[in-house]
Design a protein around this ligand. Structure first.
Ligand code: MG
Length: 227
């Protein structure tokens, strides 16, 4: 058995991301409307979201650090309304709390507990979910993210940094993710084995060649042992 570690993508692999972000954006709007009414009066929930999307599109230099990008955007909203920025961190923390209130896909926790008996577990994410806040710190031995790495998946560096952090060789780690480009092609490129989580049974594309494909988490432990 050469595999010693199973490493996971987080958003859309262990939980649905869009419903979490939608809820967190609503929570943020309510916080702003209550605590910074000058901004709340300038925006509806919808136009505030459009402002954040537009800011994100204009600031590609911060795409590896979505938390920093969101804080910059909140500061820009303060400037626009001629406000101080001393509330920005409180608003961001309010968003972050809601952003980490995730609902795991079926069988995820059962499979993680099973795998934990034989493998080291960890995560690499391009987002700002936090394994302590989502309740995975007891199961995961390590986590890495694009903000700390300075680059996002599929860049090789974020994977090789994780190997260095854990002291593992590429053939000892299997990477599990939903995104063919960022997760599967990215991890394959540095020599990791990969399992593509593909619940909607999409076709393979872009030359990706995962070592295994799973439609549900119930298959995971079996697939890892078969690699
Ligand atoms: Mg994902």
């Amino acid at each position: 058995m050469s595999i010693r570690c199973v490493c996971f993508d987080l958003d859309d692999t262990l939980w649905d991301c869009s419903s979490v972000i939608t809820h967190a954006e609503q929570q943020l709007y309510q916080w702003i409307a209550t605590h910074q009414p000058a901004i709340g009066q300038r925006y509806t929930a919808e136009t505030l979201l459009a402002s954040r999307v537009s800011y994100t599109q204009q600031h590609t230099e911060l795409h590896h650090d979505l938390g920093e990008l969101r804080r910059h955007w909140l500061s820009a909203l303060a400037d626009e309304a001629a406000l101080t920025t001393d509330w920005v961190d409180d608003a961001f923390q309010h968003f972050l709390k809601a952003r980490n209130e995730v609902k795991f896909f079926p069988d995820v926790l059962t499979q993680l507990h099973l795998l934990k008996q034989d493998y080291r577990l960890g995560s690499i994410t391009n987002g700002n979910a936090d394994i302590v806040s989502v309740g995975l710190d007891g199961l995961f031995d390590f986590s890495h993210n694009s903000a700390a790495a300075g680059v996002s998946k599929p860049e090789p560096a974020i994977f090789t940094q994780t190997l260095e952090m854990t002291g593992l060789e590429p053939h000892q780690m299997v990477y599990v993710g939903d995104d063919l480009e960022k997760d599967i092609i990215g991890a394959n490129r540095v020599g990791l084995r990969t399992i593509w989580y593909n619940p909607s049974r999409r076709a393979l594309s872009n030359g990706a060649s995962p070592d295994a494909i799973m439609a549900s988490f119930a298959e995971l432990t079996h697939l890892v042992r078969s690699l």
